[in-house]
Design a protein around this ligand. Structure first.
Ligand SMILES: Cc1cc2nc3c(=O)[nH]c(=O)nc-3n(C[C@H](O)[C@H](O)[C@H](O)COP(=O)(O)O)c2cc1C
Length: 213
């Protein structure tokens, strides 16, 4: 009897730890790397939207968006966004109602950083942001430059973040999603939530959702 109980509790433990792992890592579906709207139409459609439908992004749109933002598009590990000397210092954080995640480009997964809904910290006084089902925060990890953190490093990191941000803006236009590039946010609160330090610059963010009908 004792043996049976032991085996049952071992099995229960395995199921629980599998569930915990599944919650901690969201495996994104493979990105659709062809098709979409014609390029020049996408540029024509690009605009800032500040109203969102309440619907969650479907898994394909979320995957395509993150891959377009800063995914890996070549066998050598380089990205959809260029970066200064290929430092690849821009991290893409994703705020969902259930938790804050960091995008792992190599695995094409979202890895849990903090549970709970932290979209309020993204709003920074603009309440419309809380209505977007997805909040993307672009963070430059200046330690990747490998030396002294000076104005030149911050400038290059800002350019790199701007490029990822524009990838998001263009991807949203092409995928029929609504977004606005933003500099406003509660940086202090977000740094704490995301476990970041002084070498991290929170530069831009994009609330994303479907357009409000
Ligand atoms: C660097 C930068 C920071 C911005 N910050 C904010 C912001 O904090 N809040 C906001 O509502 N819009 C913000 N915007 C969006 C601009 O207001 C918007 O791009 C501009 O009004 C032009 O409109 P369009 O994007 O529709 O062409 C920002 C845009 C940029 C490029």
């Amino acid at each position: 009897m004792r043996q049976v109980i032991g085996i049952l509790s071992m099995l229960l433990g395995m199921v629980c730890s599998m569930n915990a792992q599944e919650l901690n890592v969201i495996k994104l579906v493979a990105p659709a790397k062809s098709g979409g709207e014609p390029l020049m139409k996408v540029f024509n459609d690009r605009k800032s939207d500040r109203e969102f439908a309440p619907d969650k992004l479907n898994p394909q749109d979320l995957s395509d968006l993150l891959w377009a933002a800063n995914g890996i598009n070549r066998a050598d590990g380089k990205r959809t966004a260029p970066s200064c000397r290929n430092f690849q210092e821009v991290e893409v954080y994703v705020l969902l109602p259930e938790g804050a995640y960091v995008y792992d480009a190599k695995e094409h997964t979202l890895n849990l950083v903090a549970t709970g809904d932290h979209r309020g910290a993204l709003a920074g006084g603009q309440d419309f942001v809380k209505a977007a089902p997805v909040g993307i925060v672009l963070v430059a990890d200046l330690s990747r430059f490998g030396g002294q953190i000076n104005e030149q490093v911050k400038l290059m990191a800002s350019v790199d973040v701007g490029i990822v941000c524009q990838n998001i803006n263009i991807a949203c236009a092409g995928l029929g999603l609504a977004t606005v590039p933003r500099a406003s946010m509660d940086e202090v609160a977000l740094k704490k939530i995301l476990g970041l330090n002084d070498t991290h610059l929170l530069l831009m963010n994009n609330p994303v959702g479907y357009p409000k009908k």
